[in-house]
Design a protein around this ligand. Sequence first.
Ligand SMILES: Nc1nc2c(ncn2[C@@H]2O[C@H](COP(=O)(O)OP(=O)(O)O)[C@@H](O)[C@H]2O)c(=O)[nH]1
Ligand SMILES: [Mg+2]
Length: 196
Amino acid sequence: MKIKSAEFIKSATAEAHYPPDDMPEIAFMGRSNVGKSSLMNSLLNRKGLARTSRTPGRTQLINFFIINDAFRFVDLPGYGFARVPLDIKREWGTMVTHYLANRARLVLSIHIIDLRHEPTRQDLELHEWLVHHRKPILTVATKSDKLGRADLGRNLKRLRGSLEGNIIPFSALSGDGREEVWLGIGQAINGLYPPT
Ligand SMILES: Nc1nc2c(ncn2[C@@H]2O[C@H](COP(=O)(O)OP(=O)(O)O)[C@@H](O)[C@H]2O)c(=O)[nH]1
Ligand SMILES: [Mg+2]
């Protein structure tokens, strides 16, 4: 995919502030600090468009970006802070599932998981939610550069045993997996994902 333009549009917490549901959207989600912003920046060849940081941010906002004036990337807030109070966790669930359940033009949910570790309980809960609601899922198993060849193969096999659908190993450092992720996004925009 040639990126001609990529711009931040707006942040929202509630549906009233979403942009109109009038073009394909690709949503990115995962545990906070998993590498979500790094994946989005790598896909768009933009260093600072989706902010990356060492300290997991506390902002609980849905961020909309418009790409090539044709489709949107939607950055959903990360989950899984250890020290977040329960009511904020509930708020996360309500806000994110509301977005995911109500967007007619949501063509792909990109779930980012750390390839080094087993999926967390919340990773599995989100995955099950997406499967149950028949959302097209692409799992991106990130930070693959941190693993040797043998561990990479073993962890990927383990992930494929516990998650449904396509799983792509990815590294924001080397760009490995980037083209495969774009292939999935392109298919989704064209109504061809999951491929049969
Ligand atoms: N080695 C390596 N580090 C990564 C990768 N992706 C993200 N990181 C690092 O992980 C940390 C969190 O990344 P970020 O994209 O901000 O995560 P987010 O909270 O999910 O948006 C940062 O220090 C990144 O540099 C990757 O593919 N490989
Ligand atoms: Mg981020």
